[in-house]
Design a protein around this ligand. Structure first.
Ligand SMILES: [Fe+2]
Length: 399
């Protein structure tokens, strides 16, 4: 699809003029829009997309928050919780009212545009076809990179309606600390103190999918500004030192791994984020439809589990050996994929040790040997009572 950027910009300005641009809140979203469009364009270029697709990424940035103007006019707030889901509102305004045609006459990318906008603020993306995943993640990254800026430029006392003192003296909630040290987006429902909110913003980096987004974050320096927060609370100060180290090593690893991908023969299966990993393995229908979930994964290791139902049992009411095997095969695939994709199971030795008890199984895979063309993993399967119920040695071929 061809995008006429001048027309898009003019239409956006015309739309925004219906709102009070002298209101700081409205102006904030107006400026945010242009910056997100620029960020999206830069990410798209870094991925060597076609000129039309680079324009499309830019267009998504221009349209993604169009509902913000109406949100603030109707409710006087940007808090979705107390007003309306602004991403859904943006998509509704564009497509239900056919406003989209004032930005682009061609309707061939309507579905992709609507989906990307509707999903730009969800906690986790659903399973999507590759092209939709690509544009959704470009837009989400572009938005997150700029949100870091907004969170630094707007006084935190205003964002959270808390006095500065509350930030300086507060302690880190253990669940929040655990999330951030385990490279997880902070679960906001656990955030209660001032410092928790700052850490919530910092943890945005874990959700960034594309290496170019991390480069932008590094260049802009806003993350560094948040990380350099000086607490008066000795315990928080100590934790912030460890968090700073953690975030730096995460970014180094991510951008570093990107460079490694360009060395012929070097590791080529490494997923940059858990989102990419989940997206890939959501297509593993047999495992997914049997209720197997990925609990955690790292380099050359993974943990998966399954909640057992009648569906998993044989005529004697016992857990089918095939369930244990599928779980083990799947956890092996996740662990091996941190190094090379695709790696296929070639040879397996399995010992069923006990009949599983309890209502779930957990399997852990660990690399025993990682060669040039093959890899060997040990997989232990535990039942709901914590008993080792099966042990497998799986050899995979890197194809
Ligand atoms: Fe948004």
């Amino acid at each position: 699809m061809k995008t006429d950027r001048a027309k898009v910009t003019a239409s956006f300005q015309k739309y925004a003029e219906h709102y009070n641009l002298s209101d700081v809140k409205v102006k904030l979203k107006y400026d945010h829009t242009f910056r997100v469009a620029q960020n999206a364009e830069r990410i798209a270029k870094s991925l060597s997309l076609s000129p039309d697709d680079i324009d499309l990424a830019w267009l998504l940035g221009m349209l993604h928050d169009i509902g913000r103007f109406e949100q603030v006019r109707r409710y006087g707030t940007f808090q979705d919780k107390s007003s309306v889901n602004h991403a859904a509102l943006s998509a509704d305004i564009l497509f239900h009212d056919d406003l989209i045609r004032s930005f682009c006459e061609d309707s061939s990318e309507d579905r992709l545009i609507e989906k990307s906008i509707r999903l730009h603020n969800v906690y986790r993306l659903p399973s999507l076809p590759d092209r939709e995943y690509l544009f959704c993640t470009i837009l989400r990254d572009a938005d997150k990179v700029d949100i870091l800026r907004v969170n630094c430029e707007t006084p935190r006392t205003e964002i959270y309606d808390l006095p500065e003192e509350a930030f300086r003296t507060s302690a880190v909630t253990p669940a929040v600390y655990e999330d951030i040290m385990n490279e997880r987006n902070v679960d906001r429902t656990n955030s209660t103190t001032g410092i928790d909110f700052i850490l919530g913003h910092i943890s945005f980096v874990y959700g960034l999918v594309w290496p170019e987004s991390l480069r932008m974050v590094r260049e802009q320096g806003f993350l560094e500004q948040l990380l350099s927060f000086q607490s008066d609370n000795p315990d928080t100060r100590q934790k912030m030192d460890l968090i700073r180290e953690k975030i730096h090593s995460f970014i180094d690893r991510r951008i570093g791994s990107d460079r490694k991908n360009h060395i012929p023969g070097a590791e080529k299966g490494y997923f940059e984020t858990s989102e990419q990993m989940h997206h890939h393995f959501d297509h593993d229908h047999f495992a997914v439809e049997n209720g197997i979930t990925i609990d955690s994964f790292g380099k050359k290791t993974a943990v998966c589990s399954v909640h057992l139902t009648d569906h998993h049992r044989n005529a004697m009411g016992r857990v089918m050996g095939g369930v244990v095997f599928t779980l083990a095969d799947y956890v092996f695939a996740i662990a091996a994929s941190s190094v090379h994709v695709p790696t296929v199971t070639q040879q397996v030795s399995v010992s069923f040790l006990t009949s599983p008890k309890g209502d779930h199984l957990t399997a852990r895979a660990d690399c025993v040997r990682d060669g040039r063309t093959s890899a060997v993993y040990n997989v232990d399967v535990f039942d709901g009572s914590g008993n080792l119920t099966a042990k497998l040695l799986i050899t995979g071929a890197k194809i």
